[in-house]
Design a protein around this ligand. Structure first.
Ligand code: SF4
Ligand code: SF4
Length: 144
């Protein structure tokens, strides 16, 4: 498959906080994400889930996502800064190199209208981008 990003892409987060706030959305969690957050907060799994997570009904199965505040901000967003940055879930860590945005250039360009970091700053080679895609495939979100 030809990769539109074969010569690499640029991205540097400007810290605007847009992707963590305002619009309703999901931050789906893997088992490893839960473990990282458990360690970060020193909480047992059940307590962590009860406090910070919600169950999302996907029809035939369910998934676990972070809760949102009433204004749709992620529960971990404070003053445009992620309060669990070092333990943020893989979905957040791998943004914007998601398969949905790497599949075609139009999606990437569309996304750049929302994220001012796309197309600027740090250079990511195709190899580095593929690594992000691989990590997402390897560490899938919990389904039950
Ligand atoms: S929208 Fe882009 S620049 Fe803004 S916080 Fe999210 S990743 Fe960073
Ligand atoms: S966990 Fe952090 S980086 Fe991820 S959506 Fe929430 S505030 Fe943003």
């Amino acid at each position: 498959m030809s990769q539109y990003y074969k010569d690499g892409l640029q991205f540097s987060c400007s810290g605007c906080g847009y992707c963590c706030r305002e619009e309703p959305g999901f931050v789906f969690l893997s088992n490893n994400d839960l473990l990282n957050l458990q360690t970060y907060f020193s909480l047992e799994k059940k307590e962590l889930i009860d406090t910070y997570c919600r169950i999302v009904n996907m029809g035939n199965f369910k998934m676990l996502s972070l809760k949102e505040s009433r204004n749709n901000d992620c529960i971990f967003l404070g003053e445009n800064i992620c309060q669990v940055y070092k333990a943020r879930p893989l979905q957040c860590r791998s943004y914007p190199f998601w398969s949905t945005l790497m599949d075609n250039e139009d999606s990437w360009l569309d996304e750049s209208k929302n994220c001012p970091g796309i197309g600027h700053g740090e250079f990511y080679s195709a190899k580095k981008i593929d690594r992000q895609l691989y990590l997402r495939r390897k560490e899938s979100p919990i389904q039950f």
